[in-house]
Structure formats: C-alpha cells, structure tokens
Write a protein that binds this ligand. Structure first.
Ligand SMILES: O=P(O)(O)OC[C@H]1O[C@](O)(COP(=O)(O)O)[C@@H](O)[C@@H]1O
Ligand SMILES: [Mg+2]
Ligand SMILES: [Mg+2]
Length: 345
C-alpha cells in the first residue's frame, strides 16, 4: 500500500490546478463524504428504510427506479449543492438541476449503478463525470468526453473504493474505516494490453448482429479456434464491478447495440456512464470505443443518450473493432461461409 490519502492527493492537485483545480478537488472531497454515508446505508441491506423497493413511477427514460436510486441521487445532489457546481445532471432526473450558474464546473452522475443487483448483495456504485461549465446546460452536457476535467466511481463492495482520474493517470483509493480515510492502494494503474477474460451479457446473443456473434463464437472456441487462446467469462451486470476488475487485472467489456426495442445503441448512457468509464480506462492505459470509434470523441446529442461500449485491454478492444469492420478478414474465414458452413443452425 502506498499510503497516500485522498486528502493529500487532492491537496497536491489543488496546488497545481488553480481555482478550477481547487474546485474539482473540493467536489471530490464532498462526494467522498457522501459515498461513506451511502455505504453505511447499503450495509443495512433489507434492514434499512431506503432499500430495494421499486418506485411506482419509473424515471424519465423508462428504466425501473428503486428507492435506493433516489436515496443516492438525493445524497449526491446535496453534495453537489454544497460544492456549488453549476449543474447537476443525473440518470435519475429528466433535466439537470441548476445550482450556481456562475460556477466553472458541472456534474454528470449515475448515482447508483448496477441497481438491479441491490437485493443480491453484489457490488454497486456511483459513477461521476466533472465537466467545465459552458453558457447553458445544453452546451455543458453536449461536450464530448474528452473535455472532462475528472472522472471516477465509488464501488460499494467488499471494500469501499474510489477509482479516480484527474487526467494524469488513474488511481484506486480504498476506504479505511480504521483511518477514516480513503488511502491510495493502486497508484497509476496500467491495464495489461492482452485480455483473457471477456465481460458480455451472452443472453442477448440472439439479438446481436452477425459480427458480434462471430467475435464471441471465436472467443468461446478458445485455443482450438482462430483466436488460439482460451478465454474466461465474467458478467456481473454492474458496470462499476466489471470496470474495477478490468482496471486491476485487464480483460474486455462489451455492451453492443442489439435488435431489442430501444437497444440499437446498447444499454449504457454516454454522458454519465460511458464517458467517465472511458476516461478512467484510457488514463489507465486501456482503450474505450463504441465498438469502432473512440467514445471520448463522440459528441452527445442528449443527456440520456445511449452508446454501445467496448473497453479494456487495448489489443482486445482493437480486435472487436476488426470484427465489426470485417469479420471475414479474421482467422482466414471465407467471406460467404464464415467458419460454420453455409447454413447456420
Ligand atoms: O442487465 P444487463 O442488460 O446485463 O445490463 C447490465 C448493465 O446495466 C447497468 O446496470 C446499468 O446501470 P444502472 O443500474 O445505473 O441502470 C450496468 O451497471 C450494467 O453493466
Ligand atoms: Mg448505471
Ligand atoms: Mg443508475
């Protein structure tokens, strides 16, 4: 353990980052306090007041909303108000909340990620993106992800941890209850370039395009197939948990668009899921695309828009792009017949 506290890390950043840097650092401090409170609430599980009950009204874009989603949103909105950000844009709210329009920074947040896992005692989290404020909310939240000043997520798992980037690498801080502080456990993460694990929800296989199926088919064929190596599979259905694993030991995550109604661009939201995760991954030496193009260069057209998402070990993300561009070019597969014969079963 390197032992530097989040406090010390943020102090160093504030010193070199001017007024905006100091404001970013203060916002992260307030979010870290909120995360500790959030963790206490989650630890109560079914005993607590705020938990897995489903709300009568789903949120603006149709996903199921749980009591704990709203609890998390209230907690981080309160922190954002105290941080005096310009706008707070949340998965849980149809429109951004205007806090202090004179402020130079804005927040986009998924207050509770992986909330389908609440009842099952699997890791969930809070994902946030800090953006420079523009003249109004529309222009603030349609900036591409490459404008982000900072990005991170808290994960409420066996350990409470914060994965954080301020644009100079990605670090993981683990919360020590003994020290009552987040302490840097993994400074300057470096994701290995090769992957041996993929994270994909294969129950969507029948809804995928042919190229996505071929990519997964070839992974499953292992050492005997065109990839000439065995793959392991993990799907936690909690983006923070899948990302944490990839930050620590590599691998690839892929949530493509598919044929289900409303899923043509996959499931994940560009502004407050794909963008902050992509910044964390790139700053850790990995790669993040929508299958073919860099996520951080995509210009959002709306706060809640979705994006396909592939990220993790560089060579595997590049491999996905090659399958999507031209699957027939992979592994000497005949362009018409694939490697499975003319008639697919
Ligand atoms: O249930 P699916 O389709 O496998 O999707 C799982 C994905 O959806 C999410 O739960 C979406 O996030 P929310 O829980 O914030 O809506 C991700 O954490 C996860 O990667
Ligand atoms: Mg989410
Ligand atoms: Mg959420």
């Amino acid at each position: 353990m390197s032992g530097r506290t989040l406090e010390a890390f943020l102090d160093d950043y504030s010193e070199g980052g001017g007024a905006v840097g100091a404001h970013v650092a203060e916002t992260i401090r307030l979010f870290a306090e909120a995360a500790v409170r959030m963790r206490l609430a989650i630890n109560e599980g079914a005993l607590g007041a705020a938990f897995s009950a489903v709300r009568e009204a789903a949120h603006a874009h149709g996903d199921e909303q749980k009591e704990l989603d709203v609890f998390a949103d209230d907690l981080f909105l309160d922190a954002a108000r105290r941080a005096r950000v310009s706008y707070y844009a949340s998965e849980e709210l149809a429109h951004p909340v205007s806090v202090d329009q004179s402020s130079e920074i804005a927040i986009a947040i998924d207050p509770l990620d992986g909330s389908s896992n609440i009842d099952t005692n699997v890791s969930i989290g809070t994902i946030f993106s800090i953006l420079p404020s523009k003249e109004d909310e529309a222009s603030t939240f349609t900036q591409p992800g490459n404008c982000q000043l900072a990005a991170g997520f808290f994960i409420y798992g066996p350990q409470l941890a914060l994965a954080l980037t301020l644009g100079q690498g990605t670090s993981v801080f683990v919360y020590s209850a003994r020290l009552e502080a987040f302490v840097e456990a993994y400074p300057k993460l470096a994701i290995p370039p090769d992957a041996r694990e993929f994270a994909v929800n294969t129950s969507n296989y029948r809804h995928w395009d042919e190229a996505v199926r071929l990519y997964i088919d070839d992974c499953l064929k292992g050492a005997e197939g065109p990839r000439e190596k065995d793959f392991n599979m993990r799907w936690i259905a909690s983006l923070v948990a899948d990302t944490y694993r990839i930050l620590i030991r590599g691998g690839v995550f892929f949530y493509p668009g598919d044929g289900r109604k409303g899923y043509s661009a996959g499931r994940l939201r560009l502004v407050y899921e794909a963008n902050p995760i992509s910044m964390l991954i790139e700053q850790a030496g990995g790669k993040a695309t929508d299958g073919t193009s860099r996520v951080l260069d995509k210009v959002p057209t709306g706060l809640h828009q979705r994006s396909p998402l592939a990220f993790g070990s560089v060579k595997e993300v590049d491999k996905i792009a090659r399958y999507l561009a031209d699957p027939s070019a992979i592994g000497n597969r005949h362009p018409l017949f694939g490697n499975r014969g003319l008639f697919r079963s």
